[in-house]
Design a protein around this ligand. Structure first.
Ligand code: NAD
Ligand code: DAU
Length: 355
């Protein structure tokens, strides 16, 4: 992939600033690592509110001469305007409330951050003459696909979100579109499928299964376990976003996926096998309300227009991910104490974490 990035011509002489929101989270921090490692002329302002999902440890070891962290909320217009340098190259908006189950329990925070926060950033982009606005969206805005079919989400599929999380991300997409159509803001919207990799908060399927299994705790599978997700290694997603920024057409959207559909139960069994844990840890639990059955992405546009391809196979990616969680049990244990335990008990009706 280094090749894909280095073949693109850009001016090397001066440092250019990009403003990344939500960079202390899972995908934002992977994106920042990639840009710092694989380019030399961009510096990053990382603006993040450090909610329960944000973690400064995700930023350990970064080059501080090119990465500046600012704690701030994208719903705070003054803080955004103060932190965003005039004429920056781009805003990459990763900041979000990102977990579907939490949005089912309470949607207001999702409306605030995902909708209002995005609009505040769009206004700031205009006020500060920012060259490009990249909205990190999700395949979930396009709803659910039938099982056992050859249907896929394309850039032209209707926006028909089913969960409060997806509805808030869909609303944000509409505001991004409106900023482009009304004010000619140079926007790009990316829609990716399910990410996995290092530093993902263990409320999401893969890190949750790894963390529980490592501790010999039951791994909760919703419904019949046959819902399908289209999995992509986080670094591949980060590269696609960067290419969309560099090469994408203003006002366009790009669906990003690695052609890697799996049923949840298959994913869970692979994790247990890799950890040498018995399948008897699987506990089928009450299904998620409104649970989308299948996501699957047609990636032809990113592959042909941007020249992007995933470089990490599912097998390698899963192995790398499991290794990271095994080697970073302090990171996991720190999260699994305190508020996380209350969330878990409330949501699953079971105890986990530090005893
Ligand atoms: P995450 O929950 O791990 O991280 C979100 C980050 O945003 C955290 O660091 C948090 O502190 C920060 N944040 C939350 N509210 C904020 C606010 N009001 N102001 C500033 N910062 C705030 O999420 P993630 O999984 O890394 O997802 C990042 C983005 O990618 C989201 O926009 C999400 O919708 C999108 N996305 C995620 C996936 C996935 O599989 N995880 C797939 C496609 C798209
Ligand atoms: O598709 C992209 C989306 O992927 C992102 O936009 C979201 O931010 C991200 O959270 C993710 O949403 P999902 O709802 O698909 O991911 P989650 O990891 O929560 O669940 C994946 C599948 O696993 C889903 O079918 C529900 C199921 N699941 C999840 C959890 C947490 C279980 O069976 N048990 C669980 O405990």
């Amino acid at each position: 992939m280094k090749k894909q990035l280095s073949t693109i011509n850009y001016q090397l002489s001066t440092m250019r600033t990009i403003f990344v929101t939500g960079g202390a989270g899972f995908i934002g921090s992977a994106f920042i690592r990639l840009i710092l490692e694989e380019t030399s002329d961009f510096k990053i302002i990382n603006f993040d509110a450090l909610t329960y999902a944000g973690n400064l440890e995700n930023l350990n070891g970064l080059d501080e001469t090119r990465h500046k962290f600012i704690k701030g909320d994208i719903c705070d217009k003054e803080a955004v305007l103060q932190s965003l340098p005039e004429n920056s190259e781009a805003i990459f908006n990763f900041a979000a409330e990102s977990h579907v189950d939490r949005s089912i329990a309470s949607a207001s925070e999702f409306v605030l951050t995902n909708v209002l926060g995005t609009q505040i950033l769009l206004d700031a982009a205009r006020a500060k003459n920012i060259r490009r606005f990249v909205q990190i969206s999700t395949d979930e805005t396009q709803g659910s696909l039938p099982e056992d079919s050859n249907s896929y989400f394309t850039e032209n599929s209707p926006i028909q979100p089913n969960s409060p999380y997806a509805a808030s991300k869909a609303a944000a997409e509409h505001f991004v579109r409106a900023a482009h159509e009304t004010f000619d803001v140079d926007t790009i919207t990316t829609r990716c499928g399910n990410n996995y990799g290092q530093r993902q908060f263990p409320e999401k399927l893969i890190p949750l299964m790894i963390a529980n299994a490592m501790n010999d705790e039951p791994v909760p599978v919703y419904g019949d376990g046959r819902n399908v997700r289209d999995w992509i290694f986080v670094e591949d997603h980060a590269r696609a976003i960067w290419l969309a920024y560099l090469k994408g057409k203003a006002g366009s959207s790009y669906n990003i996926g690695a052609r890697n559909e799996r049923q949840n139960i298959e994913v869970v069994k692979s994790i247990l096998d890799a950890l040498g844990k018995p399948h008897s840890l699987i506990k089928f639990v009450t299904d998620r309300l409104g649970h989308d059955r299948r996501y699957a992405i047609d990636a032809r546009k990113v592959e042909t227009e941007l020249g992007w391809k995933p470089i990490t196979t599912w097998e390698d990616g899963l192995q790398k991910t499991i290794r990271w969680y095994r080697e970073n049990q302090d990171w996991v244990n720190q999260i699994r104490s305190g508020a996380y335990r209350d969330y878990y008990k409330n949501h699953y009706g079971m105890e986990v974490g530090a005893k």
